[in-house]
Write a protein that binds this ligand. Structure first.
Ligand code: MN
Length: 254
């Protein structure tokens, strides 16, 4: 195996066991759709699932072990974390995952580690960097499109317009793309230091990227689910893994 294959850490969902479990001890099940690991492998990276933890030292060690990070999809980010009370349409929140991923994401941003944040991931990224979310698109966005598609994940159900001079447009080699959609929340107030790089026709934010990092991209769609059905989805993953490979080379030669 190529020793230069970059290691891509992927955060899973965490489902806590029981309602009365000890809050100081994590007890539950991790879940991750294999499409994430598969897309990393197909793009030349080595996927590594990072179990949720409360230990700060483990978060530091994770960042030493990886050349890039994928924040995966899942439940809602707790609105308390961006200064809002929950509206009735808020869905499942997992405080353990929120705490772990926020810590990991902030440290990764501090160290300029490449990030590809997907679905819940882009929402988490935006909150970690100081932004806010739309708690429920149907409730909060007038004349919203259907963002929770009733079609297989490999099908692109709505069109996004991509900002021409963005890293996203450069990687996907297009300024318009048909993408899948499986979310009820979205990025609201964009975090300082970030810009919007894609939207649907209803104005919903479908991608953001950092103005100050080499490779920090968040997308609301699931490129890992369209890897084989749309070339630009694979191209996004290939570009991400390539950026991680550059980081790895610098470390090895460093
Ligand atoms: Mn959408």
């Amino acid at each position: 195996m190529d020793k230069l294959r970059p290691v891509i850490g992927i955060t899973p969902s965490f489902e806590p066991h029981g309602s009365n479990s000890d809050p100081n001890r994590l007890h539950g099940i991790h879940r991750l759709d294999d499409n994430y690991a598969r897309a990393v492998r197909l793009s030349g990276g080595l996927p590594l699932i990072l179990p949720t933890t409360r230990e700060i030292q483990v978060v530091t060690d994770y960042l030493q072990a990886v050349d890039g990070l994928i924040f995966s999809g899942g439940g809602d980010v707790n609105p308390i974390l961006y200064g809002e009370d929950p509206i009735p349409q808020l869905q499942t929140v997992d405080p353990s995952r929120d705490e772990f991923e926020l810590g990991l994401c902030k440290e990764a941003l501090n160290h300029n580690i490449p990030i590809l944040a997907i679905c819940r991931g882009v929402q988490l990224l935006n909150v970690a960097a100081g932004g806010k979310l739309v708690q429920d698109i149907s409730h909060c966005v007038p004349k919203a499109l259907q963002h929770r598609q009733q079609a297989p994940i490999w099908h692109g159900s709505h069109v996004i317009e991509i900002t021409p001079d963005s890293l996203l447009a450069q990687l996907m080699k297009t300024t318009q793309a048909q993408v899948n959609s499986s979310h009820h929340q979205a990025v609201g107030d964009v975090a300082p230091g970030f810009r919007v790089t894609a939207r649907t026709s209803d104005g919903v934010i479908e991608a953001i990227e950092s103005l100050h990092h080499d490779f920090v991209i968040g997308v609301q769609f699931h490129p890992e689910g369209m890897y084989e059905s749309y070339d630009y989805a694979a191209a996004l993953f290939l570009g991400f893994v390539e950026a991680c490979q550059t980081v790895k080379k610098l470390r090895v030669e460093g």
